[in-house]
Design a protein around this ligand. Structure first.
Ligand SMILES: [Mn+2]
Length: 320
């Protein structure tokens, strides 16, 4: 933390970047660091690779974050703060700004982070990078405003699955409490993220759930999302976040996957598991990664073949 502080305080223009398909932790923490950097007189430049999911549009300032194409290509950065990216390629098109002249701070909570930064702060015990940002702000004496409390609460709420996942520690709860004291409106935030869905999401969930399949005596649950389902419901791909979690909402299921058709040759796979099944290592077989019980990878296979491969990965891993 002290090295990061020193670097940030000695920089002028700082790129703050996170991963493609940004989630609540990515967006909330990115915005929180931007507020902090402005507070200490720096010029943060935020960028996103992709669209912001509708449910996070309530976050103050999120709609002002430009895409990669909206950034002046001649801008030079002293330092880049890379949030939540186990490998630098997860920054997507923003990777073009991370040249050799830029000092990279790699701040993440993924266990498989490769340590690509000039400075690496990896805490796989933290629920979220939002939680790490909170610890950092306390360390440097940054007084958290209600808006920043809302950013960090969003990060922690979403990355813990509403304080449900095993990454929810006593410290996570303490920090959440302190964010409430700092002005985060918990019901408002939770309702806007989880209980204010566009009707297209409900239609898509209905389509995907009606195709649910169980294998291996009910220990594996698979869901499939085709391009046709997206087209017919009018849902955007960002509305698929969290769909994979339905696979584990079943008695007896130990492992689940959502297979999403990208095109006729590629299938995106999100993996989930209970207890001691390590899906991060299964995802790594195909160049992916993630957390022990939640991971993902891209398969260069059409949907049907991808499904066979996922079943092979699960069953070869063994459950006992
Ligand atoms: Mn995260």
């Amino acid at each position: 933390m002290s090295r990061i502080r020193q670097l940030l305080e000695n920089s002028r223009r700082i790129l703050v970047v996170t991963h493609v398909d940004p989630d609540g932790d990515a967006l909330g923490t990115q915005l929180a660091f931007a507020s902090y950097l402005r507070h200490i007189g720096k010029e943060p430049v935020l960028v996103r690779d992709d669209v912001v999911p509708d449910k996070y549009r309530f976050l103050s300032g999120v709609n002002d974050v430009p895409t990669v194409d909206g950034i002046d290509g001649n801008l030079e950065f002293d330092t880049a703060l890379v949030l939540e990216c186990p490998v630098i390629a997860r920054t997507g098109r923003a990777e073009r700004f991370l040249n050799d002249d830029v000092t990279i701070i790699n701040l993440d909570h993924h266990q498989d982070n490769g340590g690509f930064g000039d400075v690496n702060w990896i805490n796989s015990k933290a629920s979220s990078v939002g939680e790490m940002a909170y610890e950092y702000f306390m360390q440097v004496g940054y007084d958290i405003s209600p808006v920043v409390a809302e950013y960090l609460y969003t990060a922690i709420l979403t990355d813990t699955g509403r304080f449900r996942y095993s990454n929810t520690s006593a410290r996570t709860m303490e920090i959440a409490g302190q964010l409430i004291d700092a002005g985060a409106d918990t019901q408002k935030i939770c309702d806007l993220i989880y209980y204010d869905m566009p009707p297209t999401t409900t239609m898509l969930v209905g389509r995907v759930l009606s195709g649910v399949e169980f294998f291996d005596q009910g220990r594996i649950c698979l869901l499939t999302l085709t391009l046709k389902m997206l087209a017919e419901t009018g849902a955007h791909k960002s509305e698929t976040e969290g769909l994979v979690d339905f696979t584990l909402y079943n008695k007896g299921v130990l492992a689940g996957a959502l297979l999403r058709e990208i095109d006729h040759q590629r299938t995106k796979v999100s993996l989930r598991s209970k207890e001691r099944i390590d899906v991060a290592s299964l995802a790594a077989v195909h160049g992916g990664g993630g957390h022990f019980n939640a991971a993902g990878c891209m398969l260069s296979l059409p949907l049907a073949e991808a499904k066979a491969e996922v079943l092979r990965l699960f069953t070869s891993n063994g459950y006992e």
